[in-house]
Design a binder for this molecule. Structure first.
Ligand SMILES: [Zn+2]
Length: 174
């Protein structure tokens, strides 16, 4: 079967209701004109916030859509205050491992220009609090803190660090 382009896939998406307790939904790519429906194009999704975060994942042929966990989402993250001497690709890779799983590093990170921050595209586990900073030990034994800024972050709680609710609705304060 020929691989359709993204616009064809999106044009053929349908939405199926799942248990509504956690705003779950399931998208299915069903093209009626295909004699055989290729299940590799099925996607499953979860609406995390009412304000712009929909986690989607392609369903593998051996996965049960009822048990697939939708806790991983990709974000561009800025790394600020990286000390001189730590501005290396290997250090940025180590920091990415702390944040999640590296998808891509910004091509401009190490292009020879002086940077105030570095950018990485990382797959983050959003069921856990977002990481705000990381401690690095310098050669002289002193500690340095690098800070993280997430780009295009949806509704987020500054109290517990979880995406999906604001400070006023935090379960920790209710
Ligand atoms: Zn909270």
């Amino acid at each position: 079967m020929a691989v359709p382009d993204t616009s064809t896939i999106c044009a053929n998406l349908t939405l199926a209701d799942v248990d509504d307790d956690d705003n779950s939904m399931q998208f299915q790519n069903v093209n009626a004109s295909d004699a055989v429906v290729d299940t590799s194009y099925y996607a499953i999704g979860r609406l995390v916030t009412g304000k712009s975060l929909l986690v989607l994942r392609r369903l593998q042929s051996d996965e049960d859509p009822e048990t697939v966990e939708l806790f991983h989402c990709d974000f561009w993250i800025q790394i600020h205050n990286l000390p001189v001497g730590f501005r290396l690709d290997s250090v940025v890779s180590t920091i990415c491992s702390f944040l999640g799983m590296l998808v891509e590093s910004d091509d401009r990170n190490f292009d020879g220009c002086l940077r105030t921050f570095y950018r990485v595209w990382v797959t983050v586990d959003i069921s856990k609090p977002l990481k705000k900073q990381m401690k690095l030990k310098k050669n002289d034994g002193a500690w340095a803190f690098v800070n993280f800024r997430y780009e295009r972050l949806p509704t987020f709680c500054f109290l517990c660090g979880i995406i999906g609710h604001g400070d006023k609705l935090c379960p920790k304060t209710l």
